[in-house]
Design a binder for this molecule. Structure first.
Ligand code: ADP
Length: 201
C-alpha cells in the first residue's frame, strides 16, 4: 500500500550543508548496538554531553523516547523489531538532514535491519558502534532487572536469552565495555568523530 503518489516533495532552500555550515560541524548518525546493559545509553549520553559542551547540535534516541511514542504499537516479535528499526531509520535520516549529530541506543539485534538504515544515507553518515560485552557481564550488571525477569520466563523474546543478537561484521568502532571504562569509551568515539571530520579537531 502506498499513499505517497500524490505527495509533492518541497525542495528546501535551507539545505543540510547550509545548516552544517551554521552549526560548525557535520551531521552524523552514531548507531550504538549491543546487548541490553552493554552500555549503549550510558556512552551515547556521555558522548552527547561532551559534544553539547563543545557547541554541537545533538540528540539521543533510545527506547524510552521512541517506544513510548512513535513505536508504541510495536512489541518485540521479529517483525515488530524490524518495523521499529525501519521507523527509527527514517527518523534519523531527517535528523541528519537537519545537520544534527544523532546518537541512537537501540539493541537493534538484527544485522539486516541495521544495514537497511545504513543504506538509507551516504556512506560516511552512518557510524556503527558495537558495544561489545559478554552476556554474563550484562546479566551481572542487570541494570533494569530485565535479565532476571527473562531467566524466570516472565519476559519473552529477550535478546541474548530467548531472542538472537547478530553482532556487526564491520562496525566503524568496537567498544569493549567490560574492559575499558566509560570515559575511555567516550574518548574513542570523540576521536573517531574528529578523525572523520564530523567535528573540528
Ligand atoms: P544499554 O543502553 O546498552 O542497555 P546501559 O547504558 O543502560 O546499557 O547500562 C550499562 C551499564 O553498565 C551502566 O550501569 C553503566 O554504568 C555500566 N558500565 C560499566 N562500564 C561501562 C562502560 N565502559 N561503558 C558503558 N557503561 C558501563
Amino acid at each position: 500500500m502506498t499513499t505517497s503518489n500524490n505527495v509533492v516533495w518541497h525542495h528546501a532552500t535551507v539545505t543540510r550543508s547550509r545548516r552544517e555550515q551554521m552549526n560548525g560541524h557535520k551531521g552524523a548518525i552514531l548507531w550504538f548496538t549491543g546487548l541490553s546493559g552493554a552500555g549503549k545509553s550510558t556512552i551515547a549520553h556521555a558522548v552527547e554531553e561532551q559534544l553539547h559542551q563543545s557547541g554541537c547540535r545533538t540528540f539521543v534516541l533510545d527506547g524510552d523516547n521512541v517506544r513510548h511514542g512513535l513505536c508504541e504499537d510495536l512489541g518485540f516479535s521479529p517483525e515488530d523489531r524490524t518495523e521499529n528499526i525501519r521507523r527509527i531509520g527514517e527518523m534519523v535520516k531527517l535528523f541528519l538532514e537537519a545537520g544534527i549529530i544523532v546518537l541512537t541506543a537501540f539493541i537493534s539485534p538484527i544485522r539486516h535491519d541495521r544495514e537497511r538504515v545504513r543504506s538509507l544515507v551516504r556512506t560516511d553518515d552512518f557510524i556503527e558502534i558495537y558495544c561489545r560485552c559478554p552476556l554474563g557481564v550484562c546479566e551481572d550488571r542487570d541494570v533494569k532487572g530485565l535479565y532476571h525477569q527473562a531467566r524466570l520466563g516472565k519476559i519473552k523474546e529477550f535478546t541474548g536469552i530467548s531472542s538472537p543478537y547478530e553482532a556487526p561484521e564491520k562496525p566503524e568502532l568496537i567498544l569493549d565495555t567490560n574492559v575499558w571504562p566509560l570515559d575511555e569509551c567516550a574518548s574513542k568515539v570523540m576521536a573517531l568523530l574528529s578523525q572523520r571530520g564530523i567535528i573540528r579537531k
